[in-house]
Design a protein around this ligand. Structure first.
Ligand code: IMP
Length: 439
């Protein structure tokens, strides 16, 4: 079996697919875990024994002593939130000394959060439904070439100087457009001083770290956040996040060559959820949607918002497989479907008179699409203790086969509960080499 040294794990729906659990499982065998996009809009829940960790910036790999965790250049980092996250981990006995921050990552600062909130208010009914964390404005400043990069944190004076050059413009925008009071330079520097003192020593050249690790044959896991349908280019624009969430971004968002992202595992929930606004063809406003939300505990990790829920949509999963070049699937939360009388898969969309199999480019078209379902028998058994595909009820196996066929990508892993141990590795899975490699 081919040995794999690097692997990207990405969301193949609208985020919240259960990547935290899958990444935590795979990260336990990784030497390096590197994030490549997003910021503290992400919320990964990792359950390890009796411990539940809610992570926002920090890769799930932090739980494993000895795994190097990197925040890549493609990320936007909120220093205040990151230090809180580290303090929480440290309080619970986790060693965070293995965290590194690419000097090229951008800082998400307090005025970005204000701008995010004010933009949403201005949009009114047309709001995006952002997490309100400042993500969009921080990326906008990066592209406008007026961002502040993590490298400026290595020295408070450098940070002060850079901020002094930028703050007058930010204040003008805040005051003149939004009627906000703006910020005083000295106060802002003092606000960030403790965070900068803590984080400055963690700033490094992320590309160099990865280059050396990959050349030394170390195992590198690229950790995606959000999901394919929230990608700034390929998602349901404008109801998307502000970064590239697809596997190819693992290369640009870390400064490594694309040959290191040959394997990409797409995480898909056995049903579909979405938070925030925007079209969602299989959204179910009735009993099934309510059941999925309650059984699956579908409430946002970052914002606590109830997630919109519906059946598994193979049209979006096929699309996600195409734009990511997925080489495998990880199906999560299969246990949540236990006890449903029947389970559905959307195999196509009906748009007016026509039936389409491919995801439409325009959200106007998507808004009028309704799903064409195939219905399968459900199963009643509690599957949370099953550890092998052959021990699953026949109906659950049948459903998994239908998912695999409808997406056209092999299922490599199935998760039947939040704990690391509640994981089934598929037959002849490429992941066996990843998991077995260091044993
Ligand atoms: P932003 O990333 O905060 O700008 O939010 C833009 C859109 O992405 C909104 O619909 C959010 O709900 C969604 N979003 C951002 N991060 C996540 C996530 O980690 N999971 C699910 N949705 C997310």
């Amino acid at each position: 079996m081919e040995k794999i040294n690097s692997l990207a794990v990405v969301g193949a729906q609208w985020g919240d697919e259960g990547k935290g659990k899958v990444i935590d499982y795979l990260a336990s065998r990784a030497d390096v875990v590197a994030r490549f996009q997003g910021g503290n809009n992400a919320g990964h829940t990792v359950v390890y024994g009796a411990n539940i960790f809610k992570l926002h910036h920090v890769p799930s790999g932090i739980i494993n002593a000895g795994t190097l965790c990197l925040l890549g250049n493609g990320m936007v980092v909120d220093p205040l939130v990151l230090v809180e996250e580290l303090a929480e981990l440290e309080k619970r006995g986790i060693d965070t000394s293995n965290l590194r921050i690419s000097g090229k990552a951008h800082l998400n600062l307090i005025y970005h959060k204000d701008l995010d909130e004010e933009n949403e208010k201005l949009l009114g009914e047309k709001k995006i439904g952002t997490t309100g964390r400042g993500i969009g404005p921080a990326y906008a400043d990066k592209i406008m070439r007026r961002g502040i990069r993590a490298i400026e944190m290595i020295d408070l004076e450098r940070f002060r100087e850079r901020l002094a050059g930028i703050l007058p413009l930010q204040n003008r925008i805040l005051k003149e457009i939004y009627g906000h009071a703006g910020y005083d330079l000295g106060q802002l520097v003092e606000l960030y001083r403790p965070a900068i003192e803590k984080l400055g020593p963690m700033v490094t050249d992320g590309s160099q770290v990865l280059f050396e690790s990959l050349n030394a044959g170390k195992k590198v896991l690229f950790e995606g956040a959000q999901g394919a349908l929230l990608d700034i280019d390929h998602g349901t624009y404008p109801y998307v996040t502000s970064s590239s969430t697809v596997a190819a971004a693992a290369a640009t968002g870390n400064g490594v060559g694309p040959q290191h992202v040959r394997q990409s595992l797409g995480v898909i929930k056995s049903y579909t959820t979405r938070v925030g606004e925007g079209p969602f063809p299989t959204e179910d406003h009735f009993e099934a949607g309510e059941q999925l939300r309650e059984r699956g505990n579908e409430f946002g990790t970052t914002t606590g918002r109830p997630r919109r829920c519906g059946w598994f949509d193979s049209v979006i999963a096929r699309y996600a497989a195409m734009i990511n070049g997925l080489t495998g699937l990880a199906v999560t939360k299969l246990d949540v479907l236990s006890g449903m009388d029947t389970v559905n898969i959307a195999v196509a969309y009906r748009c007016g008179e026509v039936e389409i199999n491919n995801f439409p480019q325009s959200i106007e078209e998507l808004k009028v699409c309704t799903p064409v379902y195939e219905t399968f028998p459900g199963w009643d058994e509690d599957i949370s203790r099953v550890r092998s595909l052959k021990d699953l009820p026949a109906a659950a196996r049948h459903f998994l086969n239908a998912m695999e066929e409808s997406v056209g990508v092999k299922i490599e892993l199935v998760s039947v509960g939040p704990d690391r141990s509640q994981t089934i590795i598929g037959q002849d899975s490429i992941l066996e080499s990843w998991i077995g490699h260091n044993q």
